[in-house]
Design a protein around this ligand. Structure first.
Ligand code: IVH
Length: 688
């Protein structure tokens, strides 16, 4: 083929593929078989490989990915990316409409849209070509993630028709349920942590460094907001219809409403029908249709006055309680878990639900065979929120909490004032031993990647390890040839089946394990301390202790008084530290780890900030913030001497309430009379 012929064919193929792509992914009206589509794509890939200089900048081959991004550059938004005020009931929407009617004394039309539960994105087109895709970030600036976004088939790389020279489209990147389920099944197979929900999986995928990997994750996109100077349309609806013509994926589930009843109908319809959608929505967005009216209404600091989000209540389904398992955690805590008759909830099959502790079971007055109401609040493990007492069988037995450890038979104990029951046999109970070792090797602790959960199990079952110090006595000869056949239930399938897989240690596996153990000797003291798995010592406390104490020997010798003198260390944590080091068996293990060459000291760091305005304050942060990332605001609190707590209790001094603060948390804070600060008030406080 001559160069000219190649150029012609490349242009022709790009055009044809682009068009099929649009028909398939945007219009959902495929006009060619998958096989024929792949053939065209393969032909284009081959031609572009032979004549790389002829590949078009908007070639559909970019959808398969390939570009690697080391760091995502920060880009300032041309128009700030605002968020929406939330509402939870009819009255709040009526208030919203009344506020608008106070300002606008002519009829107001609203457009109701689905509120896609994903990650918002800004897409910039110049002369019809996608030149940049940027995440929301803090609303003022975000991360440029163009290479990954180009892999999404419903995002046009090139517009068609009568598009403007400059255009910014805002929309949501989402992960459909089938992609989400597939990815989690694969991750489960590989022993990787599962994504809690499609939104988290989307956020993770958008920030992948390898766009080929992003392409394989099958994200989707819907656009819902057009931005440009001097918009040539009168209404939002018109602008979206034009965008659809140019190639954008605009949801067909939109409706122009003229009053609260029509709005409510739309909400009720989708509250029910959202179960049939192939992706998650978490509410409905209600927007003023007319751009002129929007202009008059204006915006507040964070959100426009012309739009509001209505958030759905968490989804609930009823199903039957089949049995209860009692799981033993690494600290010996017994967690009851309900096994349920499989049921579809928010797009995934639910078979298990957490039952928290003995008190929770008692409060529910749970009986076997009960029909229970299950709710899912965006996390993997759903919870039981109630029982249908009318459907309870007469002779059903109440669920009794166990008195003996299901794994080692020890009598369970309860600490005063705590709801949890424990197995006290910490050194002899298999799941506790394995759990501690698994924590030790985990990413945030010693990060011994090559020893995933499955492998620890094999080594433990072969009696080669009984604690984490034993890891450092492993040798090539001990590990080589270890084998185990695992039988497990494939939980990811709708009809769970038993699957058998063989794990065997070959040369490469063994060398990887030994090398990563050697490498773990460089892990700094704070992380080693965290890896020891002392009850109550999370990553942050371990950092503080390492910094304050400087060495493990100082920590071992510290009295309760010395420990509680450290800012943020309360009596419970101090006691837990003492209990750990007062146990001779732990000291022996630490001595062996020292001999293995692990880091047990560090230089004392100067306090990162002279300003300690938050000293002694226990603070809960909730929601998202305009000026900080979540980790960023927590770090700030620590730097200023404050303590971060995960949940609201009477000990909380105040809550920093960001955007999208959970309604449960808000209720709890209000019930306990805990002060709530907005982000601005918090900033003001720390700058004093
Ligand atoms: S409009 C200024 N429309 O919800 C208004 N947002 O809680 C811009 N979202 O950040 C947003 N579906 O990520 C709009 N149909 C929709 C939406 C939507 C989902 C997200 C978006 C926004 C968040 C606000």
């Amino acid at each position: 083929m001559t160069k000219d012929e190649a150029r012609k064919r490349i242009e022709e193929l790009s055009e044809v593929i682009d068009n099929h792509n649009y028909k398939y992914y945007v219009l959902a009206q495929p006009s060619i078989s998958d096989y024929d589509f792949d053939m065209l794509m393969n032909e284009l890939i081959a031609l572009e490989k032979e004549f790389p200089e002829l590949a078009l900048p908007t070639s559909p081959t970019q959808r398969v990915g390939g570009d690697l991004t080391k760091e995502f550059p920060t880009v300032k938004h041309r128009y700030p990316m605002l968020s929406l005020a939330n509402s939870y009931n009819r009255d709040e929407i009526i208030d919203f409409i009344k506020r608008i009617e106070k300002t606008i004394d002519e009829p107001v039309e609203f457009v109701c849209e689905l509120k896609f539960d994903g990650v918002s994105i800004s897409l910039t087109y110049e002369h019809g070509i996608l030149i940049r895709a940027v995440t929301r970030g803090d609303g003022t600036q975000g991360d440029e993630v163009t290479a990954n976004i180009k892999t999404i088939h419903s995002v046009p790389l090139k517009l068609h028709g009568d598009y403007p020279d400059f255009l910014e489209m805002r929309g949501e990147v989402i992960m459909p349920h089938d992609s989400f389920n597939k990815i989690n099944a694969e991750r489960d197979e590989l022993g990787l942590p599962l994504f809690a929900n499609p939104r988290n999986a989307t956020a993770g995928t958008i920030k992948l460094q390898d766009s080929r990997e992003a392409a394989s994750r099958r994200l989707d996109n819907y656009c819902y907001y057009m931005m440009m100077d001097n918009l040539p349309y009168q209404t939002h609806y018109q602008s979206l219809m034009a965008a659809k013509e140019w190639g954008f994926n605009i949801s067909q589930h939109m409706r122009v409403c003229r009053n609260i009843d029509e709005i409510e109908d739309f909400i009720n319809y989708w509250d029910e029908k959202r179960r049939n959608l192939p992706f998650d929505i978490d509410g409905i967005v209600i927007k003023v249709n007319s751009f002129a009216q929007r202009e008059v209404l204006g915006i507040t600091a964070k959100s426009p006055r012309w739009a509001i989000a209505y958030k759905f209540k968490a989804e609930q389904v009823s199903t039957k309680l089949l049995s209860v398992d009692f799981q033993v955690g690494r600290h010996g805590t017994i967690t009851p878990v309900a096994n349920l008759e499989p049921v579809l909830l928010a797009g995934t099959t639910v078979k298990r639900a957490t039952l928290n502790n003995a008190d929770f079971i008692k409060q529910l007055d749970l009986h076997y065979d009960d029909i229970v109401k299950v709710e899912k609040g965006g996390e993997i493990i759903p919870k039981i929120v109630g029982i249908d007492l009318e459907k309870r069988k007469k002779d059903s037995k109440p669920v009794e909490f166990i008195t003996k450890c299901p794994e080692c038979g020890s009598s369970l104990i309860q600490n005063e004032g705590e709801a949890a029951w424990y197995c006290p046999n910490s050194m002899g109970c298999p799941p506790q031993i394995k759990g501690r070792i698994e924590h030790f090797i985990s990413r945030k602790a010693m990060n011994i990647e090559s020893l995933g959960e499955g492998k620890i199990e094999v080594i433990f079952d072969n009696h080669l390890i009984n604690n984490y110090a034993d890891l450092y006595d492993l040798t090539y000869d001990k590990l080589y040839g270890l084998e185990k056949t695992e039988t497990f239930i494939d939980e990811t399938s709708l009809f769970p089946e038993t699957v058998t897989r063989k794990v065997s240690f070959k040369e490469k596996t063994v060398n990887n394990i030994l090398n990563s153990l050697i490498k773990s000797r460089e892990v700094p003291f704070a992380r080693v301390l965290y890896a020891l798995g002392i009850r109550e010592i999370g990553e942050t406390t371990a950092k503080i202790l390492a910094n304050e104490m400087g060495s493990i020997d100082n920590l071992i010798n510290a009295s309760l008084e010395e420990l509680t003198a450290i800012n943020t260390i309360g009596p419970t944590i101090a006691q837990s530290i003492r209990d750990f080091f007062d146990d001779e068996r732990n000291i022996e293990i630490i001595n062996r780890l020292k001999a293995a060459g692990l880091q047990f000291s560090q230089e004392k760091k100067a306090t990162s900030s002279e300003n300690q305005v938050l000293a002694g304050k226990t603070i809960v942060v909730s929601g998202v913030f305009a000026n900080f990332s979540r980790d960023g605001i927590k770090q700030k609190i620590e730097d200023l001497g404050g303590k971060n707590a995960a949940s609201i209790s009477s000990k909380t001094d105040f809550v920093v309430a960001g955007e999208k603060m959970g309604p449960e948390k808000r209720k709890k804070a209000e019930a306990l009379g805990i002060k709530m600060l907005t982000e601005e008030e918090f900033i003001e406080m720390i700058n004093k």
